[in-house]
Every structure is written in structure tokens, then in C-alpha cells.
Write a protein that binds this ligand. Sequence first.
Ligand code: HEC
Length: 127
Amino acid sequence: MRKLVISVAALSLLASVQSSSAEDLKAGADLFNDNCAICHGSKGQGYAKEVVPNGAVLIKKLAGDSAYWDFAVFKKAVLEGKDDENRSMKVMPVFGKAGLFEPPGKMLADADLKNIQAYMKSFGPKQ
Ligand code: HEC
């Protein structure tokens, strides 16, 4: 009997861990789709120069690359517009200044950034 009680507790713990990470992925997906996918593609695939409408910029692929950057480096890229070599990016919005497109003006908390990066990992393995 005692064994049963323990395993039920373990199962419900497992279920709660799984459902909270699913919610985080959903939150990350919503933020990504509303704020990043327009430039980086819905799977973070980026666009080759020739398929960008005016051909002006090569939009960076995120899948398999910055999806796996250290969190601090990723955060700096999104909030400050600096890449992993600390160079100022030209087209990438500085989200830490203007806030998000959607919800408008919302500032990204660490938890939001972690959810976005977790969602980006679902696009594919590290390359
Ligand atoms: C207006 C288009 C645009 C939007 C919207 C945008 N980005 Fe970018 N992003 C770029 C471009 C273009 C680059 C490449 C650097 C440059 O030219 O600015 C880039 C670079 C990056 C990089 C660095 C990639 C690398 O390998 O160097 C990361 C990380 C990144 N973006 C994440 C995001 C996230 C997360 C969002 C949404 C919160 C987002 N971007 C929204 C255009 C955009």
C-alpha cells in the first residue's frame, strides 16, 4: 500500500513537470510566432537572400545555432542587438529598448526569453 502511494505521488509530480514545460513551450511559441517568425521564419530557418522580398538582407537562421547559445549571449542578442561576437546587429530589433511587437511594448523577462529559446530548440538539433 505504501509503495502505491509513493508511486502515485511520483507520477503526479512527473505529470506536473511535463505539463508546465509544455506550457512554457506554448508561451515561447506564441512569443516567437508573434515577434520573430516574420523575419526568421516560423521554424527559425531564416531566408536565403533571393527569397527575401526586396533581396536586401540575409535573414539569419536561428535553428540549430543561436537556439543553443548560452542564455546570457542569447539574451544580449535579443535585448541589446549584439551578436555572439558583441557586434551590433543592423536589422535585428533591439527588443530591450522598444519592447515587443506583440504584446505591444512588453519587456521580455528572463522567463520569456528562456521560453523563446526553448521553443527555438524544437526546430532542430545543435549544428
Ligand atoms: C525585423 C526583422 C527581425 C525580427 C522581427 C527579429 N529578428 Fe533576429 N535578426 C534579424 C537579422 C536581420 C539578424 C542578423 C543580424 C542583423 O543583420 O541585424 C538577426 C539576428 C538574430 C540573432 C543572432 C543570430 C546569429 O546567429 O548571429 C538572434 C539570436 C535573433 N536574431 C533572435 C531573434 C528573436 C528571438 C526575435 C524575436 C523576439 C527576433 N530575432 C526578431 C532580424 C530580425
